[in-house]
Design a protein around this ligand. Structure first.
Ligand code: NAD
Length: 268
């Protein structure tokens, strides 16, 4: 049983039709929040999440917006404010990989990842912060004027050859999150990141899709299991709640120990 409530709060989760975003949306709804399910060209799949939330007595709607497109992001916020008036929680989750060795990486692969994983988080956070500052704290809803949760990765600290664009985007998210947190704290806005390790979603199917690949992956995870979207969902819902009211400007890693340098466990 959860001991906190997000009742009366409005949340936006980007990339919420799949994987971690879907897991986060379901947990936020379970805690009582209304949830905007953002997707890009996945209307029917996003609607399934909306229906699942509605079937459990919650409220949600889906909206197409490419998070790297300023006009589409602003249109999404306009629709949210038209329906629900304001926003309390942003989960900046949308992201992707375009993997390549550095010497073969195209400018298009580099820019796609930076545009969606980093610029997309900036655009969504800026719109949320504008509204949080305009509206301020609403005492009966939350101690904070707003909460921004950025989906980072263990790769904000673990370098990742073959994925230079992705690791760079997450390193950027770390410094963006910290700088936003510093700037926004006087407005009673909290900004935090979640750093997932290996979570079983479509983005990394190649890493767990066969018994051989899963066994290889598990050598990197001291806790010896792959994570699930609901693991991250529960953390996101708690971080959005007043139980986490004094947490801002930091990354909470949820990775089964992946950041513990497991290669050194037997003396390196
Ligand atoms: P996923 O592929 O299941 O989900 C990614 C979501 O982002 C999808 O819903 C997709 O539609 C959406 N998306 C992609 N481009 C978009 C755009 N331009 N505009 C709006 N939405 C867009 O993968 P996932 O594992 O659930 O990834 C979610 C987040 O978690 C990403 O930021 C990813 O980097 C991060 N992450 C995942 C893992 C993992 O092991 N799965 C680990 C660390 C970090």
């Amino acid at each position: 049983m959860i001991t906190y409530s997000l009742q009366g709060q409005n949340a936006l989760v980007t990339g919420a039709d799949s994987g971690i975003g879907k897991g986060v949306a379901l947990e936020l709804a379970k805690a009582g929040a209304r949830v905007l399910i953002n997707h890009v060209d996945a209307q029917e799949i996003a609607q399934l999440t909306v229906d699942e939330i509605a079937a459990a007595g919650g409220e949600a709607f889906e909206f197409h917006a490419d998070v790297s497109n300023e006009a589409e992001v602003q249109a999404m916020y306009a629709e949210m404010f038209k329906r629900w008036g304001t926003i309390d929680i942003l989960v900046n989750n949308a992201g992707l990989q375009r993997d390549s060795r550095l010497v073969d990486m195209t400018l298009e692969q580099w820019q796609t990842v930076i545009n969606i994983n980093l610029t997309g988080q900036f655009l969504c956070a800026r719109e949320a912060a504008r509204e949080f500052i305009r509206r301020g704290v609403v005492e009966k809803r939350s101690k904070a004027a707003g909460k921004i949760i950025c989906m980072s990765s263990v790769h904000e600290v673990i370098p990742w050859g073959g994925h230079v664009n992705y690791a760079t985007s997450k390193g950027g998210v770390m410094m963006m999150m910290k700088s936003m947190a510093q700037e926004l704290a006087p407005h009673k806005i909290r900004v935090v990141s979640i750093g997932p390790g290996a979570i079983q979603t479509p983005i990394n199917h190649g890493a767990w899709g066969t018994p051989e690949s899963l066994n290889k992956l598990l050598t990197l995870i001291p806790y010896n299991r792959i994570g699930q979207p609901e693991d991250i969902g529960r953390l996101a819902a708690w971080l959005a709640s007043d139980e986490a009211d004094y947490i801002t400007g930091t990354t909470i890693f949820m990775d089964g120990g992946m950041t513990l340098y497991p290669g050194f466990a037997d003396n390196g």
